[in-house]
Design a protein around this ligand. Sequence first.
Ligand code: FAD
Length: 644
Amino acid sequence: MTQVERQQWDVVVVGAGGAGLRAAIEAREQGARTAVICKSLFGKAHTVMAEGGIAASMGNVNSGDNWQVHFRDTMRGGKFLNQWRMAELHAREAPDRVWELETWGALFDRTPDGRISQRNFGGHEYPRLAHVGDRTGLELIRTLQQKIVSLQQDDKREFGDYEARLKVFQECTVTRVLKDDDRVSGAFCYERESGRFFVLEAPAVVLATGGIGKSFKVTSNSWEYTGDGHALALLAGAPLLNMEFVQFHPTGMVWPPSVKGILVTESVRGDGGVLRNSEGKRFMFDYVPDVFKEKYAESEAEGDRWYEDPDHNRRPPELLPRDEVARAINSEVKAGRGSPHGGVFLDVSTRMPAEVIRRRLPSMHHQFKELADVDITAEPMEVGPTCHYVMGGIAVDSDTAAARGVPGLFAAGEVAGGMHGSNRLGGNSLSDLLVFGRRAGLHAAEYASALAGARPGVDDAQVDLAAAEALRPFSAEPADATAAAPENPYTLHQELQQAMNDLVGIIRRDAEMRQALEKLGELRVRARRAGVEGHRQFNPGWHLALDLRNMLLVSECVARAALERTESRGGHTREDWPAMDRSWRRANLLCRLADPTEGLAATDPVRGQIRLTREETEPIRADLLALFEKEELVKYLAEEELHE
Ligand code: FAD
C-alpha cells in the first residue's frame, strides 16, 4: 500500500484561473472549507493572459445594450448550438459579476463621465468589453487573488489560521478524481517540485482547468493547457460535449518561428485595426457570409464611419466572429496573397496616432517590439490563425455546473462545454468564468453541506492504482530488443501536435481525420512505453509523460467528433461538407470513455478509447426565440423546429 498524506476538505477546486478562483471564493463564502490546487504558480493561468476584456451588457458606452442583445449575439456567434440556458444566465448575470469585481478593487478603464469603459469586439453589437488597456486578465486575477487573501485574513482573525477555510496548493497537479462507487470522494495529486503524492479528500470537486491547446502545434496557449480537466472528467465517467469545436483565433503572430501562435488581441481590430493582403486590399469585405450580410458594412467608408457613429453605420467585416475571419485569412494565404511569412497584414499604424496605439494597446506594442522587432506604430503586423480556445467540454447542468452523471463533480470555465456553442465570441470567456465559476462554487458547497455525515470515503486500492499509474514512466521498457530506450515523451508530444495541426486543424477533411485517428492509435500504444530518467524532484519529462494521457484522450475526442459532424459550423470547418446544415442544429455529440468500469488499461489500444453518441438538444425556450426575427431563425433552426 502506498503511504500518502491525506487531507480533508469540503470542496476541492482544481485550477486557479478566473473560473477556479471565483468558484473557490464562492464556496468559502458559503462556509465550505475549500482547497484550490493549481499546477502552475498561483496567479499564472490563462486568465492572466487575457487581453481584450470582459463582455457584459452594462450599456455604459451605448445605452441600447442589455442582456437580451448580449444573449442574441452569443447565440449568433455560436451558430445556435449554445446550451441556451447557459447563454441566458451568462448574459443576465455578467454585469453583476463585473460590478462585483469593481467592489473588490478592480480598476477598469473609464469613460469620460467616469463609468467603466467598454470596447468593441467581434460579433458584439455594442461596445461591451470592460477592460484595463489590453491587460484585463491580469487585473481580473489580481482582484480575485486579493479577495482570497482578504478572506484568509478574516479566517486568521476568527480561527488563528490563514488557511483554516481556504488553502492554495500551487505547483501541484491532479492526476485522478477519486470516487466512492459513483460519487466523487477526492483528488489524487503530486507536488511538482518534490514529486510527493498526496490526496485531497472531498465530496465535491470543481474542475476549472482551462483548455486543450497544447495538443496543437500552433497555439496561443501555454504549457498547462493539456486538457487535464477534460480527461479527468472522462476518466471519472462524465461525458464531454461537442469536442469538435475548437477555436482558431484569426490573429496569432506568424514570425519569428519561436513565437508563432502567440496571440494578437482582437482589440487591435476593435479599436480600428484592419486586415490587408499582399496587394494592400481589405479583403474581409469579400468574406461576409449570408447570415451576417445585413449587419456588416459594404464599403470601407461605411466601416470606417462606424467607429465614430455606430448608430447610423454598420460595423466593418474585420469584426465578424472569429471563425469567419480565421477562414478568410486562411483562404487569402492559400490563394497566394499572404504576407512574406505566411500570414496577412494587420495594420493600426495608418489608422491611429502612435501615442493612442501605445496607450490603448501597450502589451501589443511591447510584444511586437520585443519578440519580432516590429514597431506597430510605424508598420503592420503579420498575423495568421492560431489554436486558441475549445468550445467543447464537460457536459454540465446549465444552472448548477454539475457534471453529468458523476455526483459531486462540477466544472466551470473553459473546461466546461455548451455555453459558447460552435464558436465563442471574444470577451465572453472572462464573463463565463465569473458567472459559472460562482455558480459552480455555490452548488459544490451546497452539495457538500447537504451530505453532512454521509460523506464518501477514499479507499486505499484506488490510491495505489493512481500512484502506480503516475510512477509508470520510471519503469517503462523499450518496445523490443531492437529499441535502445523507452519512448521519449517530448517526441511523442511533437508528433501529436503536428498530427492535430495538419489533420484536424482549421480546415478538415474526412480522409485526413481518419489518418489522424490512426496516428493517435499508434501514439497511444507508444505513450504507454513513454519513459523518463532521473528522479521525482522537479522532472518536466515525467510531468509531460503524465500529461500525454490527457492530450491523447482529448485529441481523440476532437478527431472522432469532427469526423462525425458532416457540416461546417463555427469552429468546425469541413472542406468536404462546406455548408452549415440546419438538420445538425439540434445534434450534440457526446464522448465517453469506452469502458469506464475497467479504466484505461482495458480499452482497446487500436480501436480507441472513446465512444461517441448523438443526443438531441432541448428546444430553445419560446420567450428567448422571440428575441429573434423569424427570417433570421429560418437560417439556423432545423425544419421540424420551425414547425414546432
Ligand atoms: P485558466 O485561467 O487557464 O486556469 C486553468 C488553471 O488550471 C491553471 O491554474 C492551471 O495551472 C490549472 N490546472 C490545469 N490542469 C491542472 C491539473 N491537472 N492539476 C491542477 N491544476 C491544473 N477571453 C476573454 O474573454 N477575453 C480576452 O480578452 C481573452 N484574451 C485571451 C488572450 C490569450 C493570450 C489567451 C490564451 C486567452 C484569452 N482569452 C480571453 C480566453 C480566456 O483567457 C480563457 O479562456 C480563460 O482565461 C480560461 O480560464 P479558466 O479559469 O477556465 O482557465
